[in-house]
Every structure is written in C-alpha cells, then in structure tokens.
Design a protein around this ligand. Sequence first.
Ligand code: UD1
Length: 324
Amino acid sequence: MKRGCLVTGVAGFVGSHLAEALLALDHRVVGVDNFFSGHRENMASFADHPDFRFHESSVEEPGLLSRLGREYGGLEVCFHLAAIVSVPYSVDHEEETLRVNWDATEALLGEAEAMGLSRFVFAGSAAEYGEDERLPLLEGYVTPETRHLSPYGRAKHLSTQRVAASPIGVALRCFNIYGPRQDPRSPYSGVISRFIDFAVAGQSMVIFGDGLQTRDFIYVGDVVSAYLAAAGLGAFPSPLEPGVYNAGTGVGISILELADTIRDLTGNPSSHRFMPERPGDIRHSLASIAALRDRSAWRPGVALREGLGRTIAHTLSTRRTAGS
Ligand code: UD1
C-alpha cells in the first residue's frame, strides 16, 4: 500500500538513500532540505520521480509539518534526519546546534503527534554515548549523567530521549555509517570516504593516532533497512515498538586494518602516514544490536569488505563521469 512519507535531510547522504528506497517500494515521498550540508546532486536519481515532491526549507520553519500535510496530504510517517552533522561545527556553534538538532526536533515531533502520524523516526547518533568504555554499548547506558563530548552529542541525546518517550517515536542510534555518496571533501568527513578518496587517487591515507582505535562501520543500505524496520515498511510487516535502538553491526575494526583493506581492494600502492591523534577522539566504539535484532527481522546484511567494494566502485564511476 502506498504510504505518504516525509524525509527531512533528503539531500544528505543517508536521507537520499532512504528516499530512493521508499520510492522504489512505491511510497510517496515529500523531501525537505536547505542544502546546509546536503547536495542537490544526491537527489539526481529521484528528483523527477512522479511520487517525489521537494520543499526547500530549514527544519526550523515554524509549522513545517502541518504546512506539508496541507500541501501534499496523507503524510503518515516522518523520517527526521536533517541536522547539523559536523561535530567540530557544533562546538563552535552551540546555540545554533541546539536550535536545529534539538528544538526543531521537539517542534516537528509535537506536530507529528498532533497530526496523528503513525511513526516519527529520528536519526540519533553513537555520539550520545560520550566516552563510555563499557563495550558493546547498550542503549540503556545513556543516562542524564552521561557526559557528552560536544553540543552535537548533547542535542542528539535530548532529541532521542524525547522521541523515544513518544507513543509514535523510534530513535535509531546510528554508528559509523559509510557508503556511496558520502562526501569525502571535508577534513571531518567519515574516515572511509576519505580513505577511498585518497586510495583511488593513488595517494597515501592519513591515520590519526596509532590506528588501533576501533569503530563499528555500518553500510548505508543497512541503515536504510533499519529505518524501514522502524516504520514497518518494505520487508518489515509491523513497525518497531517506540523506543531507542542502536543501528550498527556489532563488529569492530581498527583504523589500521581498515586502511589495509581499502589499499588491498583499490590496489593502491601508497602506504599510510601517521599524524597526531585527533583531539577528543574516542578510542573504541561498538554497538550492541541485540535490541533491534530481537524486536524486528532486521539484520545487518552487508559485510564490510562487500560494502567497501560497492563504495569504491561508485567512487570510480563518478570519477570517470566527471573526467569524461
Ligand atoms: C563518528 C561520527 C561523529 C560522531 C562520533 C561519535 C562520522 C563521520 N562521524 O565520529 O559524528 O560524533 O562518531 O562517536 O561518522 N581517522 C583517520 N584518518 C582520517 C579520518 C579519520 O585516522 O583521514 C580516524 C579518526 O581519528 C577516528 C576514526 O578514524 O579515530 C573514525 O573517524 P570518523 O570517521 O571521523 O568518525 P568518528 O570520529 O568515529
């Protein structure tokens, strides 16, 4: 059955993959983005789809959801992904981060509840855990006492808490997401997009610190499946119970091993270089995914090597197009 879905942050890395999947499942999608960090090119594959409508706006626009409900009708699910996504930017712009990543979420959720939407699915973050050393990280480890390392982490935590307490709210605490279309160009881009960008150019990758720090990398397609599970769409017949769920793989890998794997897959002959550890870097991050696994049919389906292969292939194909 065709459902009306709102995706905020639709021109972003994850939002654009989610919109593509929803349209492929024959749902209607209203997308919102203000291009603060999203790119119009990310919407290229679906911008002209007959079931897609785009509204250029900040999620801070007062009464946004009611307005979109009136204009497009029949909204049933809201996927709220729009946010200030850079942690360092959040440190320099605390007030703005709290407004966009927390106040706007609260306002949108309030509207969604009043309009009777069936689900409000929120993009939480592993940053909500601060520097918790109890691994794997369980959802219940985040408490009011958790010390967040950035305004980004704090705002995501406040929003997750509010969303998870709503009768229609599901917050997905996403770990390190990677995949095609992740922007490699900023110094704060995800490590995988940066390593691949360097590797396909035959340049050496830069490792901050000793490279023995570990992360739980999840392929963007598996994150999209988690969003579908949350809303009970696609292969998932019923939505997740309201609450908070980690979205990771439960498998960690060191940055050094990651660099070696990418070098191997790309055939890049350059070795890596070491630079001083990034200030505020956490040592290890690993999700417990028991909650999401136990309460849905969702499973991470793409192993790291396979996901890296797909991401490399995409990077190579866009370089070829850009060069032709
Ligand atoms: C990630 C999130 C961040 C969140 C944090 C919470 C991304 C892109 N960022 O940060 O929003 O606050 O989790 O835990 O998902 N590294 C290198 N070389 C590089 C780039 C990075 O060695 O060129 C290292 C970093 O120092 C870090 C690791 O790789 O130790 C991962 O870095 P990154 O991809 O930026 O993600 P997180 O720091 O885990």
